[in-house]
Design a protein around this ligand. Sequence first.
Ligand SMILES: Cc1cc2nc3c(=O)[nH]c(=O)nc-3n(C[C@H](O)[C@H](O)[C@H](O)COP(=O)(O)OP(=O)(O)OC[C@H]3O[C@@H](n4cnc5c(N)ncnc54)[C@H](O)[C@@H]3O)c2cc1C
Length: 476
Amino acid sequence: MVEPIVVIGGGPAGISAAWQLAKRGIPVAVIERDSVVGGLAKTISHRDGMQYDYGPHTFHIRETESSRRVVSEVQSLLNGEYRVLDRGTRLFLERKYFVYPPEVSEVVRKVGLGLGLRIARDYLSAALRYTLNPAKQEDSFEDWGVRNLGRTLYDTFFGLYSEKVWGISMSRVSSRQAQRVAKLNLKNLILRMLKFKADPETYFIQYFYPHGGIGTLYQRMAGEVKATGGKVHLNARATRIEIHEHKVRAVVYEHEGREHIVPCQGMVSTLPLSVVTPMLTPGLAPATLEMAEKLDYCSLILVYLVVNCPRVTDYHWCYLIEPQFQSNRFAEQKNVSPDLLPEDKTVLCVEISCRYKDALWRAADSDLGRLAVNDLIKMGILRQEDVEEHFVTRVRRAYPIYRLGFERVLYALLNELHQVRNFYTIGRHGLFMNNSMDDNVEMGMRLAEHIAEGELRETWWRSVLKWTQLAGVGEI
Ligand SMILES: Cc1cc2nc3c(=O)[nH]c(=O)nc-3n(C[C@H](O)[C@H](O)[C@H](O)COP(=O)(O)OP(=O)(O)OC[C@H]3O[C@@H](n4cnc5c(N)ncnc54)[C@H](O)[C@@H]3O)c2cc1C
């Protein structure tokens, strides 16, 4: 019997890899700790007739060839049961709503002439300064922001907000943190406003969402894996990875208190690097394990408010920029998908960032509920008496924190893992990337293609360096 490729983690990256491997006739076994697949992108049932995600998880549609390919392949799983939506994100600032990504004409109109002129003046002076004195190799998020947007626009729309989310000064965070908005500069914003072709990777303006919740997508992938004879083990926690002569020979997992061993021809991990590295047996050098520990995360508390009215807002997400709000943003799932909630109620998902085990993380659910409700009352969109109940979820590793210099640690770690010849690490945590579902699905699909076509290991390594933008770091 041919041994399977074992995939640890049934989130978007892992289950996509398994789905595409199975499609190519390669035996696979997925090991997922949770009782469902989907990872951070699962859809959860709260009580009868109520479903929601970790914030509505929409699948981004980008204006690039690779995005079109991924979107069309995953949509084929849904038999047309999805809706395509225009991005419905707002920023709330000084009691006004702004469309996000910012629209220059709206910003100029709403911020008033004085601030508008300061934004234009600061942008022009930053553009001139950085043309004469280009960016240093190691650049902070703040440097990036001022260079691309000018001090005033950066501070107003990004700087204060980012410090609230990450909990540290943005001058200590690498400009890599801006990778999600990296092409968002005033030039591209103006090109878009004038309906000229801007960089297609600037940002996305559309996404799709399955009628049954985003989790449907990953359940369908799991269904296809099983239909081809592949295995999807749920409630199964990977505990050990056995290595012999630079190759993974077996993966061990725990299910209902019993240990199971799966001999394998190769292995894909989507786990955080600090979680997977101690599983390697024989163990890695203590210095390597310490490096993995240095890769730090921001945690997230999600407070769900069940509200007794059909709708509170008409947008999908709203960012609360100002420090007077303790929450970062909130989402109204019903505006993305009316199918998941009863007609007369809505659910708001309020996000509060914190650090694992700090005072906020440990706060009682009732206090967190109060905090979330107070922020929305302060905004003027909610009344206490309309909130029927609240419940809380905590995500320990929500966003990787790119402290200045993190690249050298990440490179060294990935390079060491790369020496295990049939071991692949992918996904948001597996590559320590602040990326989205579509990126991780694409990564999983690309890995399956690489394995099925028997490409050289070096080809894969080049893809990893490209995604993580680590090319050249090894030579530093
Ligand atoms: C609040 C929030 C909102 C977001 N909204 C969006 C959005 O709207 N659109 C978008 O594109 N992206 C969004 N994202 C990002 C998106 O969730 C991630 O990019 C994506 O889910 C990452 O997929 P992954 O497979 O790499 O990791 P994960 O989803 O984290 O999957 C990893 C899996 O590994 C499993 N696992 C962990 N340890 C073990 C173990 N020992 N054994 C077995 N299994 C294990 C976990 O249970 C999990 O299922 C959002 C993220 C957050 C935090």
